[in-house]
Design a protein around this ligand. Structure first.
Ligand code: IMP
Ligand code: MG
Length: 190
């Protein structure tokens, strides 16, 4: 179903969200964010690595002045699932005190990563602290979090593309897709 980039075509089981739908949604989110934060000191904070593609497109869909900052965290746990134990590998460069902060994340699954980040950023006293996620997998939520901006709700399937990886691959697919079991098995052997 759907098309895949040539190099990954054999590995893709199903394209869940095609490129055109992603870009239309990002434009839509950018419009809402621009209206909601007009006249404010907005900082978009993304979490490496998964968030970088979404952030790159989203910040260009925002039509008001904006700063961009990056954090890197690592979730302990084997391969693809997070266990909620999060370590900061790279902190923000800028101070967020008194500023309007919007966390831009690729996906919310259990919610453990984002809840950790909220607890880490809130004490820095931003004027506001909200969450924008491209993908929401509500089926596995452990921590209930307020999501201010949401792209798509997806079923409980492991997805790759548009920044999301499996064992560091497939981040450069321009769409969101599931992988074949053969592709997963092959990467597990590498
Ligand atoms: P959470 O802490 O369980 O909400 O998981 C968040 C992180 O787990 C995301 O930022 C991703 O790095 C990773 N993750 C969760 N589901 C997927 C998926 O379907 N594909 C790729 N990464 C995922
Ligand atoms: Mg991530």
């Amino acid at each position: 179903m759907g098309r895949a980039e040539g190099w990954a075509a054999a590995d893709v089981a199903e394209v869940l969200i095609p490129e055109e739908a992603l870009l239309a949604k990002v434009r839509d989110l950018g419009g809402h964010i621009s209206a909601d934060y007009a006249g404010k000191d907005l900082v978009l904070i993304s979490i490496l690595k998964g968030g970088f593609v979404f952030l790159a497109d989203l910040c260009r869909a925002v039509s008001i002045p904006v700063s961009v900052d990056l954090m890197a965290v690592s979730s302990y746990g084997p391969g693809s699932r997070s266990l909620g134990v999060v370590r900061i590998l790279k902190d923000l460069d800028e101070t967020i005190t008194g500023r309007e902060v919007l966390i831009v994340e690729d996906i919310i699954d259990t919610g453990l990563t984002l809840s950790y980040l909220l607890r880490n950023l809130q004490p820095r006293m931003p004027a506001s602290l909200k969450i924008c996620v491209l993908l929401d997998k509500p089926a596995r939520r452990i921590v209930d979090l307020p999501i201010a901006y949401r792209g798509f709700e997806i079923p409980d399937r492991f997805v790759v593309g548009y920044g999301l990886d499996y064992r560091q691959r497939y981040r450069n697919l321009p769409f969101i897709a599931t992988l074949t079991q053969d592709a997963i098995d092959r990467l597990n052997r590498e």
